[in-house]
Design a protein. Structure first.
Length: 295
């Protein structure tokens, strides 16, 4: 009954931020929420909440966030989440919350599916100075099978290490397999600035390659001609069951360690390492820091 009486005279709120900030005008000194921090319960008043929302909203606008833009929100369960979430909505942007336990790849997947505006290579470069040194040291870029192929991401090689993905390049280029002596590989290596690079490999799904000669590399144009869509060709297999691809990986082990992108990652990693060793390339996988592992 009290809820009905209190809302009967309220303005016609047309948005959640409008409702929340309207409450802050009505109840500035009342506790808006309580939270446990520094060994004790603390509270945030409605006025504190509104001021924090306004500051975050202004900061987002100053950084170029526009109505309709997606903003990835990575936060634990804490007051700052509600502040940021309200600020994002208040300027007309779209909040995209995700887990703090996500990997960088997980965050990238969420952003791609959210409809986020792509800032492009120039926008990516312009954003780098805004990151902390710690964040910069954790950052890499990887060629994908769509807009950001190897030649495009190599434009960032002077700023961040480039992770070369063999399968993505094969799809994006329409069927080209890069060998270690390709000049672009040297640029990838240089981008790591003395640290041994990491590269990725995967294979099209088994259903697409049924009956394919495992001693021959898959033929991209032939798969297209057979009626397969490029997105299906790009999808990852459960294991890596192609001996020719294993041999290609062995050649690239001269300059990089490989992460295996397959559904059965651990099994696929063991299998490809055994195949490389069985083929007489044992020294390529056994010495020093060279390794084949699950992504």
């Amino acid at each position: 009954m009290r809820l009905a009486d209190s809302t009967a005279t309220d303005p016609a709120w047309n948005s959640l931020p409008g409702l929340m900030l309207g409450r802050a005008r009505q109840w500035p000194g009342k506790p808006m929420l309580r939270f446990w921090r520094d060994g004790r319960w603390q509270s945030m008043t409605w006025a504190d909440y509104a001021l924090a929302v306004a500051a975050v909203a202004a900061g987002l606008r100053a950084r170029g966030v526009a109505p309709g833009d997606r903003v990835l929100l990575v936060s634990e369960n804490r007051p700052e989440f509600m502040v940021a979430d309200t600020a994002i909505m208040a300027i007309g942007a779209v909040s995209v919350p995700t887990y703090t336990t996500n990997t960088v790849a997980d965050h990238a997947h969420v952003l791609r599916d959210s409809g986020a505006r792509d800032p492009g290579i120039d926008g990516f470069r312009a954003s780098l100075p805004k990151l902390s040194r710690t964040a910069r040291d954790l950052l890499t870029v990887e060629n994908d099978e769509n807009l950001f192929g190897l030649d495009t991401v190599l434009d960032l090689a002077d700023a961040v290490p480039v992770v070369f993905d063999l399968h993505h390049h094969w799809v994006q280029s329409g069927g080209v397999y890069l060998e270690p002596d390709d000049p672009r590989i040297a640029r990838v290596v240089d981008s790591w600035r003395g640290v041994r690079p990491v590269a990725h490999v995967s294979l099209s799904r088994e259903a697409l390659l049924e009956g394919h000669d495992v001693d021959r590399l898959p033929d991209f144009p032939a798969l297209l001609a057979a009626g397969h869509k490029w997105r299906d060709i790009a999808a990852h297999s459960h294991l890596i069951g192609n001996r020719a691809l294993s041999a290609l990986v062995a050649r690239h082990l001269a300059w990089a360690d490989f992460e295996i992108e397959a559904k059965g990652k651990n099994l696929a990693s063991v299998a490809i390492a055994r195949e490389i060793a069985r083929a007489g390339l044992r020294e390529s996988v056994a010495g020093g820091e060279t390794e084949v592992k699950a992504a």
